[in-house]
Design a protein around this ligand. Sequence first.
Ligand SMILES: [Fe+2]
Length: 446
Amino acid sequence: MSERPNILLVGIDAQTQSLLAHSLKNAVVNSVALDLEKLMEPIHPEPKIILATSPSITMSVEIAQALRMQYQIPIFLCCPMQDGFERKDFIKNGFTDAFLLPMDINLLRVALNEAIAAAGADDVQVYRSVKILDLEAGETLDFDTSVFLPGNNKYVKICHAGDEIDANRLEKIKKGKVNNLYVPSSQLQNFYQYSAKKLRKMGQEGAISATERKEKLMTSVRDLLSGMFSSQTASFQSGQEVLKTCSGIVSAYIVDGAEGEWFSRIQQIIGEHGDNYSHSSNVSTLAALFSMGTGIGKPEELALAGLLHDIGKSQLPADIQELEQDHMRPDQLEQFKKHPEMSVNLIKQKKIVTSDIVAKAILQHHELYNGTGFPHGYYGDRICKEAQLLALADKFDHLTKLKPGQPLVTPAQAVQQLKKEQVDDPSKIKYNPEIIRSLLALFPTE
Ligand SMILES: [Fe+2]
């Protein structure tokens, strides 16, 4: 029988609770006000999961210590403020994970669902995506695999744990342009062991699977971006540190080995449920790959611009951050249009010294070839080539991300959609036709 585990909310306001309502309905919820002294005493009923908030960094350390002394259960922190947020430090202090709101709301929902499922609510199923190219047909898997049908917003099991994954079935799925399969979170460790064994068998001891590369990239980008809002006054040294982290991410997960597997890297990006961090890492990867393919700009510079292009968005009001550009009211749109400049300003504030090209590409990533973009409304080659490429990478990620209720858009379909922008009326051309032509030449025709 499925059990609804007790979850204790410490100081969580009504608005955050309503944002988490869908996850919390699978738990028995108890709320207490934030009172450090009371947290030192045993809490009844005994919680299986704790979600706490904190008004300050010092207090969050005290909360973590008070709770950790008594409980070896998942203890999460969520902070509505950005100042001083250092996820790694919170984890070091005893929290299982820490989330910055509103940016991390989806990640918090997933973490809560996973903890609720692990605490006994076996009717709650949480899936993680794995890359299909990490699986070998004809092998016995010790984890369940499912496909996600975006049209019906449904997961369908294709292979039960203990069964052999059928070659024909796998081939058919790959032909359907599916790049991700889904494994229950609780069985993810089995997948990691399987893929490590497979790489060892192929003589690639120490190599990581495509799934793990994507996950490591996502975690690094999350730590990088949420850490950028730290309140510590930025110094030349802290700016250098951030830049070093960026370069590390770019060389380890983005440009490394990408030349040899250009199209497969593009395929690995598409069709995922998107969030702020995956958008940054996807645009970074796509921009670097587009640069390699077209010879425009330097892949490392485009990757860096991709990582940082939208960081200014974090300073916009929460309601605007949640909306797609097409759904904004005119006043919200006006504010949204300031985010490229806000990104560049934040980079300066953090004393991150980038090349002029990187700053320009970020500032101009929403400019359009016909002059209808923002912030300046530049047209044609007044927009630097790197920004034009970054804008295409941004658009490509929006087109190919998984949208429940809608069929998946393949890379070839996305490129065809961009081709449609090549209309006869020059005043309607949003992207440089020459760049689109050279991109089209890089994609295999279906
Ligand atoms: Fe943007």
